[in-house]
Ligand binder design. Structure first.
Ligand SMILES: [Zn+2]
Length: 451
């Protein structure tokens, strides 16, 4: 239904009446804040909707309202598609000489973020999708380029990230994240008391990177820190020693278990060489003596043991509860044959038991028992591991005492790996940092339909 006003004005011109109908329909449908639809044009590139601004003084993105206009130009913004057609918003945009910024700036418009060439609604949909799905899905669904998506994510995060996220931090976790196929690193800081939410991310993985975070936190913020969990490396320890010496340092269990798994892999190669040599010697001896079937009670041929070593990788690394029957059989076979690898597995699980104790008060005794066992094991990889564990003994125990299980940070790690896998990881550090804030910083993006 047309309003009586339109009918009286345009009743004599059917074309004009149709035109009013179209603009009114678009006006209602789009309800662009701060503007009304003045024209609708169907072009090969899509539906171009001309906007007429409501009269107001130009406003700088900093918030200052100007009185004079420096100059005016026409700008186009991509809006959400209309069926299969692209929808473009077009309006005059003014520049003003901002006294607060002390330079000429483009005014802020209600329907788009500063510097954007897409409307706020379009950007919010992209950001919402980027939290949930992969690059190809977004670029194909919304017919846009990946560079555009990356720029949008950076803009949305800059606007929505909580500026107070660094205040009142008590217990934090620090970790490094690799990107560009492991050639570059970011340092990520998460808040243990906020479900592992990322509060800071910076380029690099050395002491200086973390010191930059502590500097941003300020002296008071650093003094408030009660605990910092981190890997067993020296870089984060050094930065924390200098900037927040009162905070208790905790060794992240995830990293300790990872070191134990690494030791297993090293021991496997070591043991494989050992068993292979034994097999060769045995073959040489058998060749020198008589041929034929070995007696029934003789130990299994050393050649088989070498094979077990080769095929034991997952049996040794996986959580015992998650082993498949075939992998369990490998483990039994290693035990029966008295393989050194079975002892490696026991040592690894013995260290993991530290985090499965019914009473955390037993941790000290358990760790010392394990250290004594490992350093006398005569397995080079585990002797080395025992030295690292001894150097970090207090930090390992502090993690158990304070209950900083870091499962949240572990989740964070896999989430960041997932971001990489979705195809977001191959860009600049700034783009990846923005993605990490978007997906792990506790940001809630509201869809245009939810506002
Ligand atoms: Zn300004």
């Amino acid at each position: 239904m047309l309003s009586p006003r339109f009918r009286s004005n345009h009743a004599t011109d059917p074309m004009s009446e149709a035109h009013v109908r179209v603009t009114t329909a678009f006006n209602k449908m789009l309800s662009i804040p701060g503007a009304t639809v003045a024209s609708v044009e169907f072009t090969p590139e899509g539906v171009v909707v001309g906007l007429r601004r409501r009269k107001s003084r130009p406003r700088c993105p900093c918030g200052w309202k100007g009185t004079g206009v420096y100059d005016t130009s026409v700008r186009t913004w991509r809006h959400l598609d209309l069926g299969s057609s692209k929808l473009l918003l077009r309006a005059q945009i003014r520049r003003l000489d901002c006294r607060r910024c002390d330079r000429v700036r483009t005014e802020d418009v209600p329907w788009a973020r500063p510097r954007a060439r897409q409307s706020r609604d379009f950007e919010d949909v992209i950001a919402w999708l980027a939290q949930r799905t992969d690059k190809t899905t977004i670029t194909r669904l919304l017919r846009t380029s990946w560079e555009t998506v990356a720029g949008i994510v950076e803009r949305v995060v800059a606007e929505q990230v909580d500026t107070r996220r660094l205040s009142g931090l008590l217990r934090i976790g620090v970790d490094e994240v690799s990107y560009r196929k492991g050639h570059r690193y970011l340092t990520v800081v998460a808040d243990h008391d906020q479900a592992g939410r990322v509060v800071w991310a910076g380029e690099g993985k050395n002491a200086a990177t973390l010191e930059a975070f502590y500097d941003q936190l300020g002296e008071t913020g650093c003094q408030q820190l009660q605990a910092v969990s981190m890997d067993l490396g020296a870089a984060f320890k050094k930065a924390t020693d200098t900037k927040a010496p009162q905070a208790r340092q905790c060794a992240d269990p995830f990293h300790l278990v990872a070191l134990a798994n690494e030791a297993i892999n090293k021991a496997r190669r070591w043991a494989w060489n050992l068993e292979r040599d034994k097999a060769r010697q045995a073959a040489a001896r058998a060749g020198a003596k008589r041929r034929g079937r070995p007696p029934k009670d003789s130990p299994p041929p050393a050649r088989d043991q070498a094979r077990w070593v080769k095929h034991s990788r997952w049996a040794l690394l996986k959580d015992p509860d998650a082993l498949k029957p075939s992998q369990l059989e490998v483990l039994h076979e290693l035990r029966r044959s008295g393989s050194v690898l079975y002892r490696c597995w026991q040592l690894k699980e013995g260290l993991r038991d530290l985090y499965r104790l019914a009473d955390p008060a037993d941790a000290l005794a358990h760790l010392d028992w394990w250290l004594a066992w490992a350093c006398r094991s005569r397995i080079p990889a585990f002797v080395t591991l025992s030295k690292t564990v001894r150097d970090n003994r207090d930090r390992i125990l502090a993690a158990i005492e304070l209950g900083l299980s870091n499962s949240k940070l572990e989740g964070l790690n896999s989430k960041i790996r997932l971001i990489n896998h979705r195809g977001y990881g191959h860009h600049s550090a700034a783009a990846l940092i923005a993605m990490i804030y978007l997906c792990c910083g506790g940001l809630t993006i509201k869809l245009p339909t939810e506002r």
